[in-house]
Design a protein around this ligand. Structure first.
Ligand code: GDP
Length: 135
């Protein structure tokens, strides 16, 4: 079993696509081991995306991620990190395959509906960031 951190981003929450995304998560065999709706502060978004410090798109990313509530989830399944990234599709919805979450619910490279951890170390760090009670 493996865990990953998934976020339904403000664009998808605002568009009321969260239910469809959560339904898909369950259909694809993930277990939701933690779930919360959160309004991120600027500081929290900057801390969460610290790896992107110095990138030109960081201010835009922080503004987007704090524009409304997000739904954060810890998901569990064998090979969860890659399985969730496959289900999301690539960063830019324009390049995403049919039936991926970013193709279905994303708009552009900034407003791309979902987040997923990219490796075991970042998954552990990101899960602890939102769910310190999950060990
Ligand atoms: P991910 O792992 O597919 O989410 O992609 P990255 O780790 O490369 O980037 C993190 C997030 O930053 C993406 O999901 C986008 O929301 C945002 N992002 C990445 N590149 C750009 C960009 O060129 N412009 C903007 N506005 N946002 C970007």
């Amino acid at each position: 079993m493996e865990r990953t951190l998934a976020i339904i981003k403000p664009d998808a929450v605002r568009a009321k696509n969260a239910g469809k995304i959560i339904d898909r998560i369950e259909q694809e065999g993930f277990s939701i081991v933690g779930m919360r709706k959160v309004q991120l502060s600027t500081q929290q978004a900057e801390d969460f995306y610290a790896v992107h410090k110095g990138k030109p798109f960081l201010p835009e990313l922080v503004a987007f991620m704090t524009a409304g509530p997000v739904i954060v989830m810890a998901l569990e399944k064998p090979n969860a990190i890659q399985a969730w990234r496959d289900l999301m599709g690539p960063t830019n919805p324009a390049n995403a395959g049919a039936n991926t979450l970013r193709k279905l619910y994303g708009t552009d490279i900034g407003s791309n509906a979902t987040h997923g951890s990219d490796a075991p170390a970042t998954a552990a760090q990101e899960i602890t960031f939102f769910f310190p009670e999950l060990k």
